[in-house]
Design a protein around this ligand. Structure first.
Ligand code: C5P
Length: 234
């Protein structure tokens, strides 16, 4: 991907998201919309933001029985995102069903299928939190286990924290796309992100796509911030 930045538009307002997408789209690799926006504005809101023409990352983290996820993924595919997400902990059959549905629906519509990315362990869960839901061992072991399960299920890529990206790249090889949030240029505010990394370092450690929100969207001059990051990476 020539520009690896997907800018996260974390808002529930279509007007705000569409305006930012129009301003920033030409300066980044794509736009990310998440569950918050989707629940508030639905497919119509997503279509409105996508009208600016940038590749879309629709981050819904689907997790249900295979049949239901396949149905949801067909509906996602109608919005023609470039990237979308599921939870690896839904299991191998669920992941296979998601990938098959994304490809079938895209074929039917004559568009490129979305790359389906799996989320392994949410970064909001630490080892104690994982233990509390009955998963023993370290976070990194579980991330690696789910990454391998996703790879075998034919998933296109993984979402990983900056902290994990090198280990995950090592575990899955070069075939999978690694998408990394928690990115902060050295000159921007850290906000609530704890385990951060600069854009350049994340790419060096094996990331393919960088998800960056507030360092761009909350900057005094968002276009300038997007240009500055892209320039630092070139
Ligand atoms: O504003 P900021 O750059 O922190 O935004 C990061 C984006 O990546 C947000 O959309 C956030 O939900 C998402 N994300 C994250 N950390 C994760 C997974 C997703 O920050 N572990």
């Amino acid at each position: 991907m020539s520009n690896p930045i997907f800018v996260a538009l974390d808002t529930t307002e279509t007007g705000k998201a569409a305006a930012l997408a129009a301003r920033l789209g030409p300066l980044v690799g794509g736009i990310k919309l998440g569950l918050e926006f989707f629940v508030a504005q639905g497919p119509a809101g997503v279509a409105e933001v996508a009208r600016a023409g940038s590749p879309l990352f629709l981050d819904l983290k689907l997790h249900d029985i295979p049949n239901t996820v396949a149905g949801a993924m067909r509906a996602v595919a109608r919005l023609a995102p470039a990237l979308t997400t599921i939870h690896a902990s839904g299991g191998s059959d669920m992941m296979k069903a998601a990938v098959a549905a994304a490809r079938e629906e895209a074929d039917k519509r004559g568009v490129a299928p979305a790359k389906v990315l799996a989320v392994t362990i949410l970064t909001s869960l630490d080892q104690a939190g994982m233990g509390a839901v009955g998963i023993p061992g370290t976070v990194l072991d579980q991330v690696r286990r789910l990454a391998e399960l996703a790879r075998r299920a034919g998933v296109d890529g993984l979402v990983c924290s900056p902290h994990e990206v090198a280990a995950v790249r090592n575990a899955v090889g070069t075939d999978m796309m690694l998408v990394v949030p928690g990115i902060r240029p050295a000159w921007s505010a850290v906000e609530d992100q704890k385990r951060i990394m600069t854009p350049r370092e994340a790419l060096r450690q094996g990331a393919d796509v960088l998800v960056i929100g507030r360092p761009i969207t909350a900057a005094d001059a968002p276009e300038e911030a997007a240009r500055r990051i892209a320039h630092e990476l070139s």
